[in-house]
Design a protein around this ligand. Structure first.
Ligand SMILES: Nc1ncnc2c1ncn2[C@@H]1O[C@H](COP(=O)(O)OP(=O)(O)OP(=O)(O)O)[C@@H](O)[C@H]1O
Ligand SMILES: [Mg+2]
Length: 279
């Protein structure tokens, strides 16, 4: 049975009212329920503008965006926000409560949850994100990476069907990135759709299979991350740097092919793991 479409974007054109130029130019894409997708591309490509269409914060100038079949032009942000949790690129645009716990409970209170249940739920999520020790601290005292995790907690807490993360790995150390990946997989196992906007090629190479690449307001490539991230032309167009291991492997391949041989070297760490297990 075909899966439901979580997000459907059709012939989407968008420009900001004060600007002359189109920021999104005829975007078409479909994301199925239960997928994990990365959106990548150079600065100013239009990634943040695109995902702000997914919860109706921005509305198409031409074309349409549907969320589980609901046309975003016909629904308010408040209606869509329960289903689509968007974590902003800049945490300072999202944080306003006076303690970490209050911040995390905010949406649940808005949705009319019983206070005790809301607190239990918030504490559970804060523990998962390594922020429990700060529950009574002011969010503004947190480090950059901790603030980012707090904004993720305050969205994860209400369990949206679609989680959209704008640059979640910026400022996060290796352990926190792994923790994000585990959380993404956990909620995905629960049937959620996860969309991650990122410049972090290594993170995508390690954890996300489906990637969409944008440049100058258009989608320039889409597909399996192993193929897309190793496509020299696409990566150049989107001004992304191939994973270091991939770069080394491709250089070695060229070198070996030059001598009339073909050597299949692994390009991603996950391939190396498989390779070593097989050996
Ligand atoms: N509120 C706004 N008003 C006018 N122009 C804007 C506004 N927000 C973004 N833009 C412009 O739209 C274009 C796309 O911006 P957007 O933030 O979507 O890019 P991005 O791909 O998310 O980039 P980055 O990787 O730097 O986050 C840029 O040229 C930017 O200057
Ligand atoms: Mg952005």
């Amino acid at each position: 049975m075909p899966r439901r479409l979580a997000i459907e974007v059709k012939n989407l054109w968008f420009k900001y009212p004060e600007s002359e130029e189109w920021v999104l130019k005829d975007i078409n894409l479909e994301i199925e329920e239960g997928e994990i997708v990365a959106i990548m591309g150079e600065n100013g490509a239009g990634k943040t503008t695109l995902i702000k269409h997914f919860n109706g914060l921005l509305k198409p100038v031409k074309g349409y965006v549907k969320v589980f079949g609901l046309d975003t032009r016909e629904h308010t942000v408040a209606e869509l926000a329960r289903r689509v949790g968007l974590v902003f690129q800049n945490p300072d645009h999202q944080i306003f409560a006076s303690t970490v716990l209050e911040e995390t409970m905010f949406a649940l209170k808005n949705f009319g949850w019983d206070l005790k249940k809301a607190e239990e739920r918030a504490v559970k999520i804060l523990k998962e994100l390594g922020l429990y020790k700060y529950i009574h601290t002011s969010p503004f005292m947190l480090s950059g990476g901790e603030k980012k995790r707090l904004t993720i907690a305050s969205v994860l807490v209400y369990d949206p069907d679609i989680l959209v993360l704008d640059e979640p790995t910026v400022g996060q150390d290796y352990g926190q990135k792994r923790r994000f990946a585990e959380i993404i997989y956990r909620i995905n196992r629960e049937g959620k759709t996860v969309i991650v906007v990122t410049h972090d090629v290594e993170f995508v190479a390690d954890y996300i299979d489906h990637v969409i690449v944008m440049a100058k307001g258009k989608i320039v490539a889409e597909g399996n991350s192993t193929e897309v991230l190793c496509n020299d032309e696409v990566m150049k167009e989107a001004r992304l740097l191939m994973p270091q291991l991939g770069l080394a492997a491709l250089m070695l391949r060229k070198h070996v092919e030059f001598r009339g041989n073909f050597l299949r070297l692994p390009i991603f760490i996950k391939e190396v793991r498989r390779w070593l297990n097989d050996a």
